[in-house]
Write a protein that binds this ligand. Structure first.
Ligand SMILES: [Zn+2]
Length: 396
């Protein structure tokens, strides 16, 4: 646990250490050759910034010890990922400060073969949990991880992480973003490649051809329990007691269930609309428009003209207007005519084009080079990199 690095003078020792469970700072200092009297001075000085009785197992410590004087020259302790406590002697007085730690960036590629499940094999290969769940999300449209993936399938996962400046190279670092994944299963390749579009700054995962993964439209805007009324050109209306076309589909769900925009678009209406109660409609493009009725609440920031993203919560299921129970009345217009959103052919996801596509192709070339380099290195690659433009720290 104790690593000594050669210092200029033999009396000075630099010691890297982690606290063991149950240890106190006094024990550690004494073990490192600091007299009890001197230790007390440093611990007291730290008090103004941090209480050194509040330490936890695994917390890292770097000490510079003057073995002759049985005293410290400096002490540095990790408080959290981005902050260190630093104690130094300045003109005879011990001064304590909190200092921000610089976060670097390291690129990692991990390759492996799936034995029983993707999850087990990836975590055995030390792929962080967060990255594994990103993989499942990114390829989830394309690949059913619980039933489709067979033993013998291979994976390549490319992600970045943010090591703390001064940490040892093999010290664990916080995972950043999934940059690319490739799974070869039953002779078929499933890929997702992270891309920030330089033209509109949108971020998405694309396949190798530059087509967005997933669909242009979500299949359902809500997690519903059942379809309480189908789309039909004529049905008996339960409240109006007469035959009337049902221009949408009713998705029964408990009051308060979030309702999501099925695709990117611009809000046309976010208001009360007689029988539909609280109603939101979204124009997606020249052709498609969707509508969401009987909402108990509309998302507070939503106004006509607001831009929404696919999957964004626009309101919550309710029973406002003419409704016998909580459900979402979901409608889809194509060129101004109602269509059945459950069966109509929806447009495929968009592709990047033009200059964005050129940029994307060079990204793909770099990823292929990283995969190949990892292959030559036995399935593992770690490369220090310049910090990413933009924040790669996870926002969970
Ligand atoms: Zn309805």
């Amino acid at each position: 646990m104790v690593a000594v690095t050669p210092a200029e003078l033999p009396q000075f020792r630099e010691i890297h250490r982690s606290f063991q469970s149950g240890e106190t700072i006094s024990q550690v200092l004494s073990e490192c050759g600091v007299s009890a009297q001197n230790a007390e001075v440093w611990i007291k000085a730290a008090q103004r910034v941090y209480n050194l009785s509040r330490i936890f197992a695994g917390q890292k410590l770097k000490l510079n010890v003057d073995t002759q004087a049985q005293d410290l020259v400096s002490l540095q302790m990790e408080l959290d990922r981005e902050t260190n406590l630093v104690l130094r002697r300045k003109e005879g007085v011990v001064v304590a400060t909190r200092e921000m730690v610089e976060l670097g960036r390291r690129l990692r590629v991990v390759q492996g073969t799936i034995a029983q499940s993707f999850y087990v094999s990836a975590s055995r290969a030390d792929v962080p949990e967060e990255i594994i769940s990103d993989v499942a999300e990114v390829l989830g449209w394309d690949l059913n991880f619980t039933s489709d993936v067979q033993p013998g399938a291979t994976f390549s996962i490319f992600y970045d992480e943010t090591p703390r400046a001064g940490d040892a190279e093999d010290a664990p670092a916080a995972p950043g973003r999934l940059l690319a994944v490739r799974i070869e299963n039953k002779g078929k390749i499933h890929e997702g490649i992270y891309f920030r579009n330089p033209v509109d700054n949108s971020e998405s995962y694309l396949n190798r051809d530059g087509r967005q993964l997933g669909r242009a439209f979500l299949r359902f805007p809500v997690a519903y329990t059942r379809i309480s009324s189908e789309f039909s050109s004529s049905r008996f209306h339960p409240i109006l007691k007469r035959a009337r076309p049902h221009n949408g589909v009713d998705l029964a769900a408990p009051t308060g269930t979030p309702v999501r925009a099925v695709a990117d678009g611009r809000v046309e209406m976010a208001d009360w609309s007689s029988g539909l109660g609280r109603y939101v409609s979204i124009r997606h493009d020249d052709v498609f428009e969707s509508g969401y009725g009987h909402l108990s609440r509309i998302a507070p920031s939503l106004r006509p003209g607001s831009m929404v993203r696919q999957g964004q919560v626009i309101g919550y299921v309710g029973a406002t207007g003419l409704a016998t129970g909580p459900h979402l009345h979901y409608v889809m217009y194509k060129n101004g005519t109602y269509i059945n959103p459950m069966s109509a052919a929806m447009p495929r996801a968009r592709s990047v084009t033009g200059t964005a596509l050129e940029r994307f192709r060079s990204t793909v070339t770099k990823i292929d080079a990283a995969y190949a380099a990892a292959g030559r290195a036995g399935g593992r690659l770690a490369v220090a990199s310049a910090p990413a433009a933009g924040n790669t720290t996870r926002k969970n």
